[in-house]
Design a protein around this ligand. Structure first.
Ligand SMILES: [Zn+2]
Length: 207
């Protein structure tokens, strides 16, 4: 009963800005102040540059249990996904290892992928890939060790013979995760793997 009431209350509650968590005056994902700080990329493979309100939104979405931000941020990706229209047969999120999904309670890339698949009118394949190794967090590793850390981390699972795939993740840093996941999809018979992320991050390499 409490869940039912909570659900109704959250439906009635005003939406909050994904970046600063302030109540939104008008419908949208980011408030006007955050919107001025956000940098869009010119790259069709990523919507935003990582940083500012986008980094805050991703932090809240992934680490503060704010799973509802997945639909909002995914809708932003969906708006930018037109570059892939007609070019992909399905959308595949980069999966978390089941242990991490269990502790977080949701898989962030899967939530982002839902509005994208809907806007492209293609199936969302939640079981296209399987994460077979629970790799240490990439953030903790030096740049050159990231690719090594990810090699063989993914295996194809139920691709259903679909060959042109759009692989989705929240953040691209070195690209090691996306490369390993693409390899997994190709091993499962994919002929084309395109990647699309919410934000791309440029690492400043330490000397
Ligand atoms: Zn804001």
């Amino acid at each position: 009963m409490r869940d039912v009431i909570g659900g109704v209350v959250s439906l009635l509650a005003p939406r909050r800005c994904a970046g600063c968590d302030e109540t939104l005056e008008v419908s949208g994902v980011f408030c006007g102040a955050c919107a001025t700080l956000i940098e869009h990329t010119s790259n069709p493979c990523a919507v935003f540059e990582y940083g500012g309100p986008v980094a805050d939104a991703i932090q809240r979405f992934k680490y503060d249990g704010r799973s509802e931000l997945g639909a909002a941020l995914g809708s932003v990706m969906a708006t930018d996904a037109h570059a892939w229209a007609g070019k992909v047969d399905a959308v595949v999120p980069v999966p978390l290892h089941w242990r991490r999904r269990r502790s977080r309670g949701y898989d962030q890339a899967a939530l982002l992928s839902k509005p994208v698949a809907k806007s492209l009118a293609v199936p969302l394949m939640l079981r296209g890939l399987r994460r077979v190794r629970n790799t240490p967090s990439q953030v903790e590793l030096p740049h050159r060790e990231r690719q090594q850390n990810m090699t063989g981390a993914f295996a194809p699972w139920r691709l259903g013979g679909l060959r042109r795939l759009l692989l989705i993740d929240d953040v691209r840093t070195t690209g090691a995760t996306l490369r390993a996941a693409s390899e997994g999809l190709r091993a499962g018979g994919a002929s084309e793997v395109h990647t699309f992320v919410l934000a791309t991050r440029v690492l400043v390499q330490s000397a």
